[in-house]
Design a protein around this ligand. Structure first.
Ligand code: SF4
Length: 331
């Protein structure tokens, strides 16, 4: 299951994870036949923060659609999270829109004049793997902040003093959020599975929850980040709005093993002029370690949500003006 061959055995034959290689994609966790591997949870820390009375906001990843069963529709999600004690929620698809705009700008400015190709940056496991195994190609990974970080910064700017909990499909985000430069943007990370446990423990009955209108102003393209090839599609759509007629060739890979093949080819010059999208999990984030639905079923529901979205292109994001300030903080 490990795309980085990071699992070996010690002298007694016991499984051992090489933490210098591991990028925390979580694939060992979902594939271990004995359920012997678990990641660290922050449910306790989240509940403790809620109990202190500080407003705690949920930043929910685009892959949430369909994860909590048919009764928890997107329209009911806000109310359901408030039942757990969250002050409010925002879709991380909002940050995905901002990430798209940044990556589209980067591509137009850099490829091919300053670099041969550009790789997307939103999957931390893919980006860490690329930096670790292909240091010569690392400068070609977009410097855009990830949707999680952009959403966290947006929330902290709008609600000073609040705490932000990222809720998503991803184990790698737990590692990303623990980095020193990001710690102030995201306080805790929970997976969908962990939040499902919180709903059960609190006895939240989704059927009794009244729909609470539209979620936020995320666009269809931002919501598409949850499925493989969705990130590249969003960036290409944005580039076409910014520079009509510009041809952008795209190649993508899902699972770390295939991502490595993609970068092997890129190193040989096969993808010069391309936009490359890498996702560590099969199917993209819908196949993440913290999901509960089959990736195929989840993908279908996400595509339906995209279709219903009023705003289509990331450039239509109503948060576009915030991007400059958020980037400033990035230095
Ligand atoms: Fe996380 Fe998505 Fe990357 Fe999987 S594909 S590691 S869920 S960001």
């Amino acid at each position: 299951a490990c795309g980085l061959d990071a699992i070996g055995s010690d002298s007694l034959g016991r499984a051992e994870i090489d933490h210098n290689k591991c990028v925390s994609c979580g694939m060992c966790l979902v594939n271990c036949p004995f359920g012997a591997i678990a990641d660290k949870g922050q449910i306790f820390q989240t509940i403790h923060a809620i109990k202190t009375g500080v407003p705690v906001y949920a930043a929910v990843a685009p892959a949430f659609v369909g994860q909590f069963g048919k009764d928890l529709t997107p329209e009911r999600l806000r109310s359901a999270l408030k039942e757990l004690g969250f002050a409010d929620m925002v879709e991380v698809a909002v940050g995905a829109d901002l990430c798209t705009i940044e990556e589209a700008r980067d591509f137009l400015n850099e490829v091919p004049q300053k670099q041969p190709f550009m790789a997307t940056s939103c999957c931390p496991a893919w980006a860490s793997m690329a930096k670790q195994l292909y240091p010569d190609l690392a400068p070609y990974i977009s410097m855009a902040l990830t949707p999680m970080v952009l959403t966290g910064r947006l929330l902290k700017r709008k609600h000073p003093g609040c705490k932000v909990v990222f809720i998503g499909p991803c184990s790698a985000k737990k590692l990303e959020a623990s980095r020193t430069e990001i710690r102030s943007d995201i306080d805790f990370v929970l997976t969908f599975e962990e939040v499902a446990g919180m709903f059960t423990a609190k006895g939240v009955d989704f059927k009794k929850i009244a729909p609470d209108g539209e979620l936020s102003n995320a666009t269809a393209d931002g919501r598409g980040f949850a499925v493989s090839s969705g990130v590249a599609e969003a960036v290409v759509n944005c580039i076409h709005e910014m520079e009509p007629g510009r041809e952008v060739k795209v190649a993508n890979a899902e699972s770390l093993r295939d991502c490595r093949k993609l970068l092997d080819e890129a190193r040989k010059g096969v993808y010069d002029g391309y936009l490359l999208e890498g996702m560590a999990c099969p199917g993209g984030c819908v196949g993440g370690a913290g999901t509960m639905q089959s990736p195929t079923k989840a993908k279908g529901q996400i595509l339906m949500t995209k279709k219903k979205s009023v705003l289509k292109n990331s450039l239509e994001s109503t948060y576009k003006e915030d991007l400059e300030v958020l980037e400033e903080r990035n230095g």
